[in-house]
Ligand binder design. Sequence first.
Ligand code: TYD
Length: 211
Amino acid sequence: MSYFITLEGPEGSGKTSHAKALAEHLRSLGWNVLHTREPGGTSIGDQIRDVLGSLENTAMRPSTEFLLFSASRAQHVEEVIRPHLEAGGVVVCDRYFDSSLAYQGHGHGLDLEALRQITRFATSGLTPELTLLLDLPAEDGLKRRQEGGSWNRLDAYALEFHRRVREGYLALATAEPERWVRIDALPAWEIVQNEIRAMTESRLAQEGGGE
Ligand code: TYD
């Protein structure tokens, strides 16, 4: 059974470590899991990620940013994600097109309908079965990022921007409740991870899974 899971959330929500731990857990249960991330996930995507993250690229426009994320995503879907799903595997992806809707759409104010159209082209409509939103207030997330020392160009956008991103995520989740599950990312890491595992296992079981 193929199954596509994405993890989304504002800066500092802990998505990256949670995605990795979820993938390992599902593997230990016998699933054939591919763990990947955006931007990146392919050699071409990693090169695009460097351009997007570089602190030198202060002239980057929101539309350029969106198209670069979309280009990276197109490569990622065709080269990595779709082949694994077609082989009957589970994909755990750290960020996907909802990041573009939240950051470039809600954050920068680009037209959401236009973003959705380009996204449909870039992904040929490939949509996750389950999207986990690791939710926390923008202030808490940015504080965690600064303390963690992995500050990049996108983190440096103003607090107001990150607040809009968070609100955007909540709006996306509310609009599609059958796909999204909101998880409070403020409690201790193990508590959050246990909730992620429980949620995912119950969804996989509903799909008729169990390896
Ligand atoms: P990264 O260092 O991977 O951050 P994180 O650990 O929070 O995922 O940087 C990714 C940054 O790119 C992050 O600030 C979110 C942003 N982003 C977008 O703005 N749009 C997108 O479509 C994607 C995939 C990421």
